[in-house]
Design a protein around this ligand. Structure first.
Ligand SMILES: Nc1nc2c(c(=O)[nH]1)N[C@H]1C(S)=C(S)[C@@H](COP(=O)(O)O)O[C@H]1N2
Ligand SMILES: [Mo]
Length: 222
């Protein structure tokens, strides 16, 4: 199963969108050059939306709950693979948070339910050398964070949004939510989280997007 899927018309359109986003990065599009005032809720260059746009690479994997598996491994004392009952057996956390996409939309007051990353970190016990985390998803998307970004008190592995299951389009049954960074850092359909002692850039981070991705610093591009 190493063959690449054939390029379909829809795939070609998505490839074009990926190309467009890479061009934005090269040209520094959407940059306002301003800095948010301390405590400002809407980051610079963003506008509030009330719908929830869908962004992906043209594949929206279908993962039934009973097929859900998430592996946490790498430089940890206790690597684990969680299934759906295993995830549900962990303490559940509710959080209301905003989200900010680099394509300029922000959506306020999203109600998330899931397992806090702190709980997962306590479970797998990363070794002291761990400095970075790499996420891999079922559509082969990847993204990366420093451990301290991922270990924030507001970081969750989520399975509910606004009181219902997260839809397949938005990364269900389980996605990552790291609300204080641009949304491309929050992997949908996550299947592996590996803890490492070195940084490895993900899909957008190798295509001109900022490695740190703080919306209030307008870290859109690298
Ligand atoms: N697996 C996977 N995760 C992903 C992406 C993707 O293409 N595949 N896109 C990222 C980007 S660029 C954004 S803006 C958000 C979009 O999440 P949403 O579609 O739920 O709004 O998912 C992020 N996580
Ligand atoms: Mo995005």
């Amino acid at each position: 199963m190493t063959e690449k899927p054939p390029i379909t018309i829809l795939g070609a359109i998505k490839n074009k969108l990926i190309g467009t986003k890479q061009e934005w990065a090269r040209e520094g599009r959407l940059l306002t050059g301003t800095t948010a005032a301390p405590g400002q809720r809407l980051p610079p260059g963003q506008r509030e939306v009330t719908d929830w746009p869908i962004l992906d690479l043209g594949i929206q994997p279908e993962i039934p709950r009973d097929a859900f598996r998430l592996t946490l491994d790498g430089l940890v004392d206790n690597p684990i693979t969680l299934d759906w009952p295993g995830l549900m057996a962990l303490p559940q956390t509710d959080l209301v948070a905003d989200m900010h996409c680099v394509t300029q939309w922000s959506r306020f007051d999203n109600q998330w339910r899931g397992v806090s990353i702190q709980t997962l970190i306590d479970l797998v016990k990363p070794q002291p050398v761990v400095s970075h985390v790499l996420f891999e998803a079922h559509d082969n998307y990847t993204t990366n964070l420093r451990l301290e970004q991922f270990a924030g008190a507001d970081c969750l592995l989520v399975h509910q949004w606004n009181g219902g299951p997260i839809s397949r389009q938005h990364g269900g049954p389980v996605r990552v939510m790291v609300p204080r960074y641009y949304l491309w850092k929050s992997a949908k359909w996550v299947r592996r989280i590996s803890f490492a002692s070195a940084d490895q850039r993900g899909f957008w981070e190798t295509r001109g997007y900022n490695n740190n991705a703080d919306p209030w610093l307008e870290e859109r591009y690298s």
